[in-house]
Ligand binder design. Structure first.
Ligand SMILES: CC(C)(COP(=O)(O)OP(=O)(O)OC[C@H]1O[C@@H](n2cnc3c(N)ncnc32)[C@H](O)[C@@H]1OP(=O)(O)O)[C@@H](O)C(=O)NCCC(=O)NCCS
Length: 200
């Protein structure tokens, strides 16, 4: 098992020929659609990451991306210190950033035994193309095979039906739901329900 990165790193593209099982099949399916997955985050990726973090759908469900994760270089450096394994989905022909996902240590009082967490965002230019499921498959399998087999958990909003669908399709089971208020990009709150899920 490798240790999770804590800094910007040298990056490389995952090679389906050196993987197996579900990870290999998902990488091949993404390759057929013209996409590859870069492992690791370099400073060169930051402008595209910041542009992604202020897209409408990301602001709606992940408002902390542009304030607490990817705001600027020092903020990202601090976020990486929490041990974050970053995966970037890139369109091979253009090099354009199609999505970002990560895994790393994290606990929640709502998920007994949960030791790892993560997140996924697809750029709006690439949503609705069936990329999220194979992308997240690679993220979860690669983390499990190469980094940690600890219990992984995710959280999301109930109104984010696409995310809930994908997580459940990949085997996440709902552990707890909690009525709450979702902060909107306008600084107001909408009633919503927080869903806590664990894999398996
Ligand atoms: C959530 C997100 C990653 C999904 O990616 P996507 O490209 O929109 O989803 P896909 O096109 O890959 O669709 C995957 C599946 O979800 C289903 N789906 C998509 N939107 C749906 C919706 N509103 N309701 C129900 N199912 C939905 C699709 O039908 C598809 O199902 P299938 O694989 O069984 O055919 C993407 O919309 C996103 O990044 N949103 C903004 C950030 C975000 O919300 N991240 C998650 C935070 S918890």
């Amino acid at each position: 098992m490798n240790t999770f990165p804590t800094t910007f790193t040298d990056t490389y593209f995952l090679d389906s020929s050196t993987t197996s099982g579900a990870e290999q099949a998902a990488l091949q399916s993404l390759a057929e659609k013209g996409f590859g997955i870069q492992l690791g985050l370099s400073t060169e990726d930051v402008p595209a990451l910041q542009a992604l973090s202020v897209q409408t759908s990301v602001l709606k469900y992940c408002p902390k991306d542009c304030t607490e994760r990817f705001k600027d270089l020092p903020t990202i450096e601090k976020w990486l210190e929490k041990e974050r394994l970053v995966f970037l989905l890139k369109e091979k022909s253009s090099g354009q950033l199609a999505g970002v996902a990560w895994t790393g240590p994290g606990t929640s009082s709502h998920i007994p035994g949960g030791k790892l967490t993560g997140g996924i965002r697809l750029s709006e230019d690439f949503q609705g193309q069936g990329l999220a499921t194979p992308f997240l498959t690679v993220v979860l399998e690669h983390t499990k095979e190469k980094y940690s087999r600890e219990q992984i958990w995710f959280e999301c909003w109930q109104s984010n039906a696409g995310a809930v669908h994908i997580y459940q399709k990949l085997g996440f089971k709902i552990v707890e739901t909690e009525p709450s208020q979702r902060l909107t990009p306008h600084g107001t709150f909408d009633p919503d329900t927080r869903i806590y899920m664990k894999l398996g």
